[in-house]
Write a protein that binds this ligand. Sequence first.
Ligand code: GDP
Length: 366
Amino acid sequence: METIYCQGCGAQIQTSNPDMGGYIPNSSLAKENVLCQRCFRLKHYNEVQEVSITDDDFLQMVSSIRNTDGLVVHVIDIFDVDGSLVKSLPRIIGDNPIVLVGNKVDLLPKSTNKRKLAQWLRSQAKEAGVTVSDVFLISSTQGHGIKELTHQLEDYRENRDIYIVGTTNVGKSTFINRLIKQTSGENDVITTSYFPGTTLGFIEIPLDDKTSIIDTPGIVNKQQMAHYVSDKDLKLITPNKEIKPRVYQLNSSQTLFFGGLARLDFIKGDRASFVCYFSNQLPIHRTKLENADELYENHIGGLLSPPNAKTLESLPRMTESTFRITGDKTDIVFPGLGWVSIEGKDVSVIAHSPKDAAISVRKSLL
Ligand code: GDP
């Protein structure tokens, strides 16, 4: 059989194993623009099919970039910088230059200072060991910053291929679809979806006779909250429009619950404001610290949801981390979920989240 690639996800088409990427039934082989069954269903029925692919495969596929000469565009989710910045990128791609693209900027409050944010991103990346040539902020769904970016990429690439790299769910496919729309006017050639792990192969979009934009498989980040919740809840915790910060003036010995997926205890310190940046649909509950354990035990999966009664079973046990804030405005970050910005002279908090969803602190983003 001649080697054919799916026009949607780029996986090699095969007709033997329905559980693996690139499967189509024999009868569909004759079609002109072949879509694997998975992409076909996604495109026509908006329905995602699970396929098996190992993390090793992902890494191996992406690491083939190391042996090429191109510009790497690393797309990250501005709402989940920690979870979407690929710290091992320099190791994966070798000496190729990196341009960092912060996507989903539409989620941040309109008052956000973009220039400062770009600087902040660059320094965060550097701290994580990823040195970048430039930083751009875009919204692939709204189109902000796309023109400027495509213009600049033309300079940066110096007639080489562009590799688009990122973890799943950062909006890589949406971004590329936009690029295609801009260059060719064609709609939705590539699969886009809510679900982690849907882009399985390399796909090439010609830029000119010699070079292409190459979409690479989404690298799966195991820590992403997306792995713990149902599809419906994933939609709920994933913000889809501008986040309205929710502000709580708290005294010590008070607790905030973010659904039932995270919890923040104010242990010690003077009255302080806790500014919460989460999906507007995620319920936040305030309670007394002394009641928090009981509330959790009795209401997790109910009042405190997501998770729901079913996904609760697969939710890893909660673990705690203690943080002390000494003056600078600081974000306590729950990866994939959101963050709480706190300013105080000597504030101690305990943050709880499912084991593996590593909580972190950073100098405030906003
Ligand atoms: P991929 O896995 O990186 O290819 O991500 P997708 O393109 O499938 O997008 C993942 C989810 O993020 C989808 O629900 C998109 O609608 C959403 N998304 C993509 N780009 C943006 C953006 O610029 N802003 C917002 N708010 N959502 C976005």
